[in-house]
Design a binder for this molecule. Structure first.
Ligand code: 3H9
Length: 697
């Protein structure tokens, strides 16, 4: 059947091939077929050159990711690209939007490339656990040299047209809004100048005589910055092949490694995260046409670590912020921290000192609620205490204009109760940022009972504008992320009583791929906060009967060891060094504590550590799903990957459980529950899926 997603027309003796495959003009089977057919037609037609352009919002944004994991239908990418590269007259790619992955690779088969200044180009395959498999690893180094190509391919980050032009990826940047005319003019000039048909595959100067030590250095670097990820290593192998093998042999190597990564579990997990991230933006019961409000000015209550970090997010995208505090000294201290953060980034060359001043200039410090009269959104980031929050919200309700949205950055408290003190519960919502708030991408958007669709949609849009990955969750203690983490941390502590040491537990999950184990994370966050909350509740005697309680963290705090900030916690730290060092004092404390409790310590295997910690997350995740606190299992995965350092190559805890097999997971959870019924109650949903042979996804 003839493909209708690629058309051929002729203007002024120039053939124009247009791809129309919304939303992102992915290289689906029918597009590959259409391109092959139309380019063959263009070759025969009586024209002087051919322009490849795309309709809609972007140039080809890559292969069609939904086709991966299924048998590839012909024509394959390389056959289509060969037809384009071998055309007998100049082919010019006209780029707008994003030319990514297979899209850029298609453009690299054209003889020349022009782009709008707003266009971006890149090879982001590595983020999907893949490598550029359409010749990109062989052509890009030939065009811009292996070092620049390594950076583009292993980072996966797209670059602006201007930079691409300076590097030589783009031949000309054309005036905004004038892409087709610009491309046609460029093509006519090529013909008038008698320019050669530049085939990138034939270039060799940049890939000859390369010092191969750069590849070992790149491998070492990637094993640190992308620890555990296979794809960056395979990307480097391919670029090295471009410098050691002739083009066709290099291409064959790329294809072999592409097939290898394409069928890997890591890529399946990373592709899952790609779609999960996009699914997370959808709220099943919210009408698609829900209106959103413009957020032009924001108020932040509290200039502490969280308040300051949250403010930076808005300021970074040009939204002015008013920060309210109770005393001048808190304001001064908070703003000094924000300034220091910006100056540190400027020192690293991320932006200029003028930009630091511009950003600081967008922050207005305030001591009076009256300063919030004009803001469209307030994010409250004060001390985590219900009474304090209620008082703040009651004052906000009178101080702000009626249409202003009031958001709380609580990490545990009931948003409905906070909303109840206002006359606008429909405009109250939770925005749970993760620390450091200016760095972490996750935003849990907590939808209260009365939160209106408009408030929800606006908060989602704001989250997107400040470049967060927003996941909508329901109200419960700890919401999704921290509620699950609570179960995970509890298991980690029980393992100490039973026979492990902090370094055993942390080592096991670090080796699995998590950024940090629970004890190193505790030391980083500070152990005293939880301790004081527990003391406030009168622990350990007031625990509900039967619930298991481990007082090891309390004992550690009693020694004045609060974590990194005191140079000691579960580990010790040398001054100015964040490396956790195991401490015999802690081992003794743990052994004595177990003795006191009459427990006989045993050798706990690494496998058991991983299972106890992971399945604690999964079992609680299943309960959260059943209660409707999370809309879908993949939302939980997004939360863990972007908020808790869970490796994307495992796809998040729920995807991980699916890959292990829910029957096996359930059996282990039941076995744990048999030994310790007070801390394990198998989730009914897990049981049901295990029995049905189902999966969370
Ligand atoms: C590759 O090219 C391998 C080659 O080397 C191999 C040989 C050639 N396929 O993100 P959005 C969907 S690997 C299928 O919300 P935005 C997306 O799921 C690929 N679907 O829009 C969503 O669907 P829905 C390398 C795709 O404007 C809708 O489009 N390329 C694809 O915020 C809108 O997406 C990449 O990795 C796709 N390739 O951002 C680029 N891309 O509405 C991946 C998107 O049902 N894509 N969809 O939820 C992106 O980075 C962004 O989508 C883009 C637009 C920047 C293009």
């Amino acid at each position: 059947m003839m493909s209708h997603s690629v058309s051929y027309t002729k203007e002024d003796a120039i053939g124009i091939i247009t791809v129309t495959n919304p939303p992102v003009n992915a290289l689906s089977q029918h597009v590959r077929q259409g391109l092959s057919e139309r380019f063959a037609e263009a070759d025969k037609d009586n024209t002087i050159a051919t322009v490849l352009i795309c309709a809609g919002r972007t140039f080809i944004a890559g292969a069609d990711i939904t086709e991966f994991g299924k048998p590839l239908q012909p024509p394959n990418f390389l056959d289509t690209m060969e037809i384009i590269e071998n055309l007998s007259k100049p082919v010019v790619a006209a780029i707008h939007g994003t030319a990514l992955g297979g899209g850029l690779e298609t453009a690299l088969c054209c003889h020349y490339r022009v782009a709008l200044p707003s266009a971006r180009v890149g090879l982001p395959e590595v983020a999907l656990g893949l490598l550029p498999g359409g010749g990109g690893t062989q052509r890009l180094p030939r065009l811009i040299g292996p070092e620049a190509a390594l950076e583009v391919i292993t980072s996966g980050s797209p670059m602006q047209a201007g930079q691409a032009h300076r590097l030589g990826v783009i031949d000309e940047v054309v005036t905004e809004g004038d892409l087709l005319d610009g491309a046609k003019a460029f093509a006519r000039k090529l013909v008038a100048d008698g320019a050669a048909l530049k085939k990138v595959r034939d270039l060799s100067d940049k890939v000859t005589g390369v010092d191969l030590a750069i590849f070992d250095a790149a491998r070492k670097q990637a094993s640190k910055t992308r620890r555990g990820f296979e794809a960056p290593q395979r990307c480097i192998d391919c670029v090295e092949a471009a410098c050691t093998l002739p083009f066709d042999a290099g291409l064959a190597k790329e294809q072999e490694l592409f097939r290898q990564v394409l069928t890997s579990q890591q890529s399946a997990a990373q592709r899952h995260i790609f779609f999960a991230e996009r699914a997370a933006a959808k709220v099943s019961d919210m009408p698609k046409d829900t209106p959103t409000r413009a957020i032009q000015k924001v108020g932040i209550i509290g200039a502490g670590t969280m308040g300051g970090g949250i403010a930076m997010n808005f300021v970074n995208v040009g939204i002015p912020v008013t920060i309210l505090e109770t005393g001048q000294e808190f304001l001064d201290k908070g703003l000094a921290v924000v300034r220091a953060n910006y100056e540190r980034s400027a020192k690293r060359g991320r932006f200029t000192l003028e930009q630091v001043e511009e950003r600081m200039g967008l922050i207005t410090p305030a001591l009076d609620y009256a300063a919030l009269g004009e803001v469209d959104l307030v994010v409250e980031a004060v001390f985590e205490n219900m009474e304090v929050k209620k008082e703040v919200f009651a004052r906000l309700d009178t101080a702000t204009k009626p249409e202003c949205i009031l958001a709380t950055n609580t990490s545990t408290l009931n948003v409905d109760e906070i909303a109840s003190v206002t006359a606008r519960p429909g405009q109250v919502i939770g925005t749970h940022f993760f620390s450091p708030a200016n760095v972490m991408r996750l935003l849990e958007i907590v939808r209260g009972d009365k939160t209106s669709f408009e408030t929800l949609a606006t908060t989602q849009a704001v989250g997107k504008a400040i470049q967060k990955i927003g996941v909508v969750v329901g109200v419960c203690d700890g919401f999704v992320g921290n509620r699950m983490l609570h179960k995970y941390s509890a298991q980690a502590q029980y393992l100490l009583e039973e026979g492990s040491l902090p370094q055993d537990v942390d080592g096991a999950v670090y080796d699995l791929g998590l950024a940090m184990g629970p004890f190193a994370m505790g030391d980083l966050a500070g152990l005293d906060v939880g301790w004081r909350i527990r003391q406030g509740k009168g622990l350990p005697d007031s625990l509900p009967t039967g619930e298991r309680y481990c007082a090891i963290p309390d004992r550690i705090c009693e020694l004045g060891r609060y974590g990194q900030k005191t140079g000691a916690g579960y580990y010790t730290y040398a001054p100015g060094d964040r490396t956790p060092r195991p401490d015999p004092v802690i081992e003794e404390l743990i052994v004595n504590y177990a003795k006191e409790k009459g427990m006989t310590r045993r050798l706990v295997s690494r496998e058991e550590i991983v299972e106890r910690l992971m399945y604690a997350l999964v079992n609680e995740g299943a309960k959260i799903l059943e209660e409707g606190i999370a809309q879908r299992a993949s939302d939980i995965d997004v939360i863990y990957v972007y908020g808790y350092g869970f490796p994307a190559y495992l796809g998040g805890p729920m995807f991980y459980a699916d890959s292990v097999g829910l029957k096996a997971v359930y059996e282990r959870v039941c076995a744990f529950a048999e030994h310790d019924p007070s801390s394990w109650q198998p989730a009914p949903l897990l049981k049901k899926l295990a029995e049905e042979g189902g999966t969370f996804h």
